[in-house]
Each structure stands twice: as C-alpha cells, then as structure tokens.
Design a protein around this ligand. Sequence first.
Ligand SMILES: [Zn+2]
Length: 347
Amino acid sequence: MLPAHVLGNMWGQSWANVYDLVFEEDPNAVSINLTSLIEEKDLTEREMVVIAEDFFLSLGFDPLPETFWERSLFTKPQDRNVVCHASAWNLDPDNNDLRIKMCIEKNEEDFITIHHELGHIFYYQAYNHLPTLFQGGANDGFHEAFGDLLTLSITPGYLNDIGFISAEEAEAAKKDEIGLLMKQALDGVVSLPWTLMLDKWRSGVFTGEITKDNLNSSWWELREKYQGITSPRSEDYFDPGAKYHVPANTPYTRYYLARIMQYQFHESLCKEIGFSGPLHECSIYNNPEAGVKIRDMLAMGQSKPWQDAFEALTGERALSGTSILNYYKPLQEWLEKENEGRSCGWE
Ligand SMILES: [Zn+2]
C-alpha cells in the first residue's frame, strides 16, 4: 500500500502533486502548467474569478449581480480569522444575493476550485425563480458536478481561445495526451474511492457499528480497502477530524455522484455539439447549444425527480461508469502496456 504522507495531499484524495514523480515526461513535450500561466499573466484573485465567470457567460448564462463582486470574499483578510474552506452561498434568493467565500491562492488548484464554486452560484441563479421548495439541486450530486463539468473543458484549445497560450503551444500540448490525462486522472480517478469511503465510515459511526474505541482504526481500514493507502503513524489520533466535511457535518456521497456524473454530462454534451475527437480534447466553451441544454436542466431545480433532470441533459436515466472509462481510455491502454508483467494493486 502507498503511505498516505508521500502523496502530496493531506487526505490522499488527490495525487496530482506527485505527477512529476510518477510520470516521466517526454523532454520534447510541451506541457501546460496553469500555475505558471497565472503567475506569468500576473492575474489578481478577482481576475481569476472573472475568467471563470466568462466561461459561464460564453454558455449564455446571465452575468453575476454587482452584489456578488461587492460581498464575496476572495482573499484572506489580514485583520481577522475566517474559515478559508471554499464555499458558495445563496443568501437571499428573492434578491439574488449570491456570494463565494474563499481565500484564493494563485495556482491551478484554486483556479479549478473557483469554477467549482461558480458552478454552485450559477445553479442558484438558474433556479431562484422557482418556489422555495424547489430551490435546490436535482440531487446533491448535481450541485457538485456542474462546475467540475466545465473544468473538463479547460483544454489546450480553450486556453488558446482565451489567450493564455498560442495556437502553436496548444497544438504541441495536445501531443502530450498521456501526460494531460495522467495529470487529470491523479485527481479525477483517484478521488472516486475516497469520496465513496468517507460516508461509508460516517454511516458506520451513525449506525453504531463504529464505536468511539475504533473511530480511527475503522477509518484506516476503509482507506486501505478502497484507496490502497496506509497511515504513516500510530493510531492514537482522530484523522477523520482533519477533513472539513466531518466536523462541518457536510454530506460527502454527493462528490462521489458528481465525479461520475460530470463525465456523463461531458460525453453527452460533446456528442450533442457534434464533437468527434477524443473526449479530453472537447471543450464546450462558447457553445450556445451546450449552454441551452445545461441551462434548461439547471432551471428545473429540484422540481422534478433527479432522473428527469438527468435525462434532459444526457438522454439517460441512470448513472454509469462508462463515460469516465471512455474519457481515460488512452491512458488506461498506455498503463496496461506500461505495467505489463508487473503485479499491481493491493490486498
Ligand atoms: Zn461544492
């Protein structure tokens, strides 16, 4: 099993920070580093949010209200402590008072998180016209999936469209297909078992199956079983408490659902707009057809069973892992070849 403390993320929920340790890049490949691009362009935190908003506007969404820009928190205040964990708020639906609270750092991870939070904000804005009871996501997973859906469209082609890189750089980056997919999979695939185990643990606590004597050992049993990672230290601690959603009592299965749905949404939208290349090259940026599909679905709020909302966008009524497999197919094939004759896995 992999020791959790070498994975570059406190919870081992994303392994993207060890990308350069697990993947040897072709020295001639042009890979895109969003953090360096943000630094090179000397973007402010607010400008990072404006770029993310622009993506939503390109799909035909209404701009965010002036109060969003006035009342949101984008940077860590100097004069007081705040909870920096990023969140999105629908404070007063009648007056469209929408805000995010986030201590933005100028890097790729936070740029992606901004899209995630704005996904919540635009969802609120799309259903706030409905009666109060219907002001909600079709299910929890929908609310978490929508912003993440757009981040799948942050392709080299998109970065060229918004002037971050040149057309030549975008073409060269596309050639580094496995590198691109590996970087994404270290987050998108790695998070699946983690998002599943967290609420398995919590439901065990609620049913009493897990008692106060084995709060931490049960946590690590699930971590080993699902994630294949192991604790670097003794068990006299309460490691689940270090994950925001545990003390904050925020449900977590929503992220598991979202991680599956986002690829189903992406694949069906790419099909809808007539894109026929590999899925990781497809971007729905600036595509009005995709925008209509998404906006119609979001505007339903929770006024219909989630399967109806799901069908409106994908034509299907059930979750399926097929889209995520399709998305990462070139990487999977590469890995199978790379690992031929090796014994991989755990147990
Ligand atoms: Zn969220």
